[in-house]
Design a protein around this ligand. Structure first.
Ligand code: AMP
Length: 586
């Protein structure tokens, strides 16, 4: 097939915004194309050479394409760059400058689809020293024979910006129009949702018909498109929607992974189906040790844990620190990542996606031996509003975003690639960003773990309540201390040591060591949140909660110039909270 045929289709697609029309245009092309071409053309239509989850990517930088265009047309790079600034789209720029291009080869052959695709494959595999030049050479070779409009789409494909607005669901519509009936569309969509490979589904459909498509099964190594949740903001509404009772799980604030285990290998995919395995060697290790079966696909949320405070950390914080003072190994030791598993989609050769929630959950429980690194999500089946509220507060206390409600009815399958009311997120959270430092008083400490053994691992920090002359806890502070400061803390705090909680301190937390309020440290946090655990401004905002500073870090400044009663007051914290409040209710 000539590449021109695909390009004509793209031109027609670009001229419309109607999804129905797009599906008809694509269907017309699909009927003409051979199965092998069809598969590849579908990837190209998405600006890719392969499905999302393949590690090889085209993704050429604009700059390199620009150089190649300059090389092929003999124009100055700066002139092309100027055009790019004006047009914003290198595809259109390529088309324009190709219109004025002189014929450089004597016999220019029309481009075949296969020739373009193979050249792009070579562009994508060129790696290492001199790879930029190699990529440029491969691309220049096809561009030399390209017409202006072909140059436009080749340029768009290599940069991955197709600008056609063709969504995967439109391609599925088109496949159904070309090769199946309307009713059979669901089978095609399901095959895509469990394989994440639209090109493969299309090829199977043209070669073996709908029977072939129905034979596409969940397979280890082929990521499944993830199931997503709707949102609601009241436990009463959620319970009603779920038929009176349902399962509630902690909603962890981390990175979702889909783990594929088989053949002695663990592969981790992101929510967007990219391979994340290399980023989490610790998760791979702990999951291999925890899994008792032979093959499985599981889902969970990865969350870094601060060993010294026992609290979860946000990923941004950890990666930030990894790049700085700590090396990767040390960071892995200080902030190990825990995987909180919440679903099982495949087990020992069996597709579990069609089993109801509670069956999947109990199978998950029996095939995993939990450990420090691998846990099951906290879960409770509840049927009353108060129970849900209490569980929600527990989730916040444990550093989670809220709850995930999950249907336990007979229809509660794992709906790959779908967002629906079988899962409902409940994140009614009040958060306030912090952009000022506070001065907090040390009132307690916790024994260090890991590399902090023998030192204090974290300090219990408080604000000052002026009205009642009390010190109210607000945070466990474990970050921002360098080795020198860690060594300095015990002697510095020694003179404040008391055998039990000081009578001026209000705390619901049991510390390992207690201090008379004395030492003041400057602290920067990420946000102020409502917390059932901490006592600062307790009852001021909600009758059953106080305020906490999340993700606090010592700035390095010891406020020797301040006495404990000159520290930040609980009232000030309440004001700060009110000033920055953005009510997140999603
Ligand atoms: P959102 O990103 O706000 O739409 O919420 C959905 C995300 O919550 C999922 O994609 C998961 O990454 C995450 N999550 C955390 N805990 C759970 C859980 N127990 N069950 C399902 N998803 C969870």
């Amino acid at each position: 097939m000539l590449f021109r045929v695909l390009v004509d289709t793209y031109e027609r697609l670009e001229a419309t915004t109607s999804r129905l029309e797009m599906a008809d245009i694509l269907a017309e092309f699909f009927r003409e194309a051979e199965p092998e071409v069809l598969r590849k053309a579908i990837y190209l239509t998405q600006g890719q050479l392969y499905p999302d989850f393949y590690p090889q990517k085209l993704g050429m930088a604009d700059k390199l394409l620009l150089r190649t265009l300059a090389f092929v047309t003999g124009m100055k790079e700066s002139a092309i760059q100027e055009l790019q600034l004006k047009e914003g789209d290198l595809g259109v720029v390529a088309e324009r400058i190709f219109q004025g291009k002189r014929q450089t080869t004597l016999f220019s052959e029309p481009l075949t689809f296969q020739r373009v695709y193979s050249a792009l494959e070579r562009v994508s595999v060129s790696e290492g020293g001199g790879s930029q030049d190699a990529k440029m050479k491969q691309l220049a070779e096809v561009l030399n024979d390209a017409s202006p409009v072909e140059a436009k789409y080749i340029s768009r494909i290599v940069t991955g910006k197709m600008r056609l607005g063709v969504a995967a669901m439109t391609v599925i519509d088109a496949l159904a129009i070309a090769f199946a009936t309307k009713e059979e569309r669901d089978s095609v969509e399901r095959a895509f949702n469990i394989s994440s490979d639209l090109g493969m589904v299309a090829e199977v459909l043209t070669r073996s018909g709908l029977e072939g498509v129905k034979n596409i099964h969940v397979t280890v190594g082929n990521p499944i498109r993830v199931m997503l949740a709707e949102r609601m903001s009241s436990p009463v509404d959620i319970l009603e929607r779920m038929g009176g009772s349902c399962a509630f799980e902690y909603k962890y604030d981390g990175v979702r992974v889909q783990a594929h285990i088989g053949g002695g290998k663990v592969t981790l995919y992101s929510r967007r189906l990219e391979d994340l395995t290399g980023q989490f060697p610790d998760v791979v290790r702990s999951l291999s040790a925890a899994f008792k079966g032979t093959t499985a696909i599981m889902e969970g949320e990865c969350v870094p844990v601060d060993l010294n405070t026992g609290e979860f950390l946000p990923f941004q914080e950890v990666s930030h620190r990894r790049g700085r003072k700590h090396g990767l190994e040390e960071a892995m030791e200080d902030y190990p990542v825990r995987l909180c598993l919440f679903d099982l989609l495949f087990l020992d050769g069996q597709d579990m996606t069609e089993a109801p929630y509670l069956r999947r959950r109990s199978a998950l429980q029996s095939c995993v031996e939990t450990s420090e690194g691998v846990r099951l999500s906290e879960m409770r089946v509840l049927d009353d509003e108060n129970g849900v509220q209490a569980f929600f507060m527990e989730a916040l206390r444990d550093g989670c975003e809220g709850l995930m409600a999950k249907s336990i009815g007979t229809e509660s399958q794992y709906r790959a690639g779908n967002r629906g009311f079988l899962w409902i997120k409940y994140k009614k959270e009040y958060r306030s960003e912090m952009n000022d430092t506070v001065d907090l008083v040390v009132v307690g400490a916790f024994a260090g773990r890991g590399r902090r053994k023998g030192f204090y691992g974290a300090l219990l920090m408080a604000t000052y309540n002026e009205t009642e002359d009390r010190f109210e806890t607000v945070s466990k502070l474990g970050s921002g201390f360098d080795d020198a400061m860690l060594a300095e803390l015990p002697p510095r705090l020694e003179r404040h040591r008391v055998p039990e909680r000081h009578h001026l301190v209000s705390s619901n937390i049991q510390a390992d060591f207690w201090f008379e309020p004395g030492l003041v440290l400057e602290v920067l946090g990420a946000e102020i949140t409502v917390s059932p655990t901490h006592t600062a401004a307790f009852g001021k905002l909600r009758k059953d909660a106080g305020l906490a500073i999340r993700f606090p870090r010592f700035t390095g400044k010891v406020r020797d110039d301040k006495g404990p009663r000159e520290a930040t007051t609980s009232e000030e914290l309440l004001l700060m909270y009110g000033r920055q409040l953005k009510k997140v209710d999603e």
